[in-house]
Design a protein around this ligand. Structure first.
Ligand code: KG4
Ligand code: ZN
Length: 375
């Protein structure tokens, strides 16, 4: 049994997975999958407060691990491997999870896998039924609150970055414009809910740097929306009309147009890369992949191409521990020998499993294509 812990940002998440190779579907091997959201805690501040988030993780972890063990109908002594997010993410938050995981693994004498958050997002797709999982070579678009990148994956755990954002991540653009439009926290889901009632063709926000296939850019969108709002306000002559600028219909139209611009930018660049790299599958993942319009648009444009489209279900797009667990499970099943050897007594002192020192630290910044250089 594997215990997985994810605390890179404001979600405390714990999962338990059965490591038996015979179990093929997540519905069989995923025994517990708990996500405790801190939305209420950070809402008054309009964004995640790192120190509060870290303190909350410290308080949540023992409680959530007990619940996860109860859900799985197992006890602490049944855990034979611990997996935890090492980075990238908020330093204090990563340290909370890592300290807990190290203490747990050290006390129980089981190995620890300290893993990359974005690799977890990629492996969230392995929680889906087999015919919806990506096949190699795969092209993946990872879109979250901190990252927007296209990654070419020729084979298991090899990552080549094809394109990334020069400034804001797509999720950040959703969040910032939501704040600008006075929508509730967290911005991304609120903006996409408001957009559902709007007209995406009402305003035409530009796709930045369309000629550069290796870069995304989203920082200009907030300014473009801000400028449009100001112009709309200026075109109204009296106070009542000014209030009208923020009426529901206008907010919905601005939200829908913004969402359409982000979707257009993501889809256009991804299609250029698909044409060039000719992957067998395309994987959409990360928090923004929970967006319904984005999912539907990718399904539509990829349908006529000979590319399998994979996208995790919404629960596993945003941060969760099941994705870190399935990554660890795949690593162990891919090559079980070091873990078996370690369990059988090959433990060196001060080691928390094969190659992992007890001094292993958080990596708030950790390029995905330097996965193995940094350990
Ligand atoms: O992967 P994630 O949970 O955390 C990070 O690793 O960053 O992604 C969070 C991001 C936030 O920016 C959030 O606003 C965005 O994903 N997001 C959405 C939706 N749900 C979450 N953006 C647009 N539409 C959504 N439905
Ligand atoms: Zn994430």
């Amino acid at each position: 049994m594997l215990l997985a812990i994810e605390t890179s940002c404001d979600e405390t998440a714990v999962a338990v997975l059965d490591l038996s190779p015979a179990l093929r579907n997540s519905s069989e091997y995923l025994k517990a999958d708990i996500i405790s959201s801190q939305t209420k805690l950070h809402e008054p501040f309009g964004g995640v407060v790192p120190e509060l988030a870290a303190r909350e993780h410290n308080q949540n972890l023992p409680v959530l691990v007990s619940s996860a063990l109860r859900d799985s109908i197992i006890s602490v002594k049944d855990i034979s491997l611990v997996a935890v997010t090492r980075g990238p993410g908020l330093k204090g938050c990563l340290l909370s999870g890592l300290a807990f995981a190290k203490a747990f693994a050290g006390a129980k004498g089981v190995p620890l896998l300290a893993l990359h958050h974005l690799e977890g997002h990629i492996f969230a797709s392995h929680l889906m039924p087999e015919d919806e999982q990506p096949v190699y070579p795969c092209l993946s678009l990872i879109v979250s609150g901190g990252h927007t990148m296209l990654v070419y994956i020729p084979c298991f755990r090899e990552y080549r970055i094809v394109a990334q954002t020069r400034d804001d991540a797509a999720g950040e653009a959703f969040d910032k414009v939501a704040t600008l439009l006075g929508l509730p926290y967290p911005g991304g889901p609120a903006l996409s809910a408001a957009a559902a009632a709007g007209n995406p063709q009402c305003f035409r926000f530009p796709v930045a740097i369309p000629q550069d296939p290796a870069s995304f850019s989203f920082s200009g969108l907030k300014t473009a929306v801000q400028r449009t709002v100001t112009q709309l306000k200026n075109s109204q002559s009296n106070k009542a009309a000014e209030r009208q600028v923020l009426d529901k219909e206008l907010v919905a139209n601005l939200a829908a147009s913004l969402e359409a611009a982000i979707v257009r930018a993501l889809v256009e660049k991804s299609l250029v890369a698909v044409q060039e790299l000719k992957p067998r599958s395309f994987l959409l993942t990360g928090g923004v992949a929970a967006n319904k319009v984005l999912r539907a648009r990718f399904a539509e444009v990829l349908a006529p191409l000979e590319v399998r489209f994979s996208v995790p279900k919404q629960r596993w797009c945003t941060d969760n521990a099941a994705m870190m667990g399935v990554l660890a499970r795949e690593i162990v099943l891919h090559d079980p020998s070091p873990y078996a050897a370690w369990r059988e007594g090959a433990r060196a002192s001060g080691m928390l499993g094969p190659g992992v020192r007890s001094a292993v630290s958080a990596m708030p910044k950790w390029p995905l294509d330097q996965l193995f250089h940094s350990i």
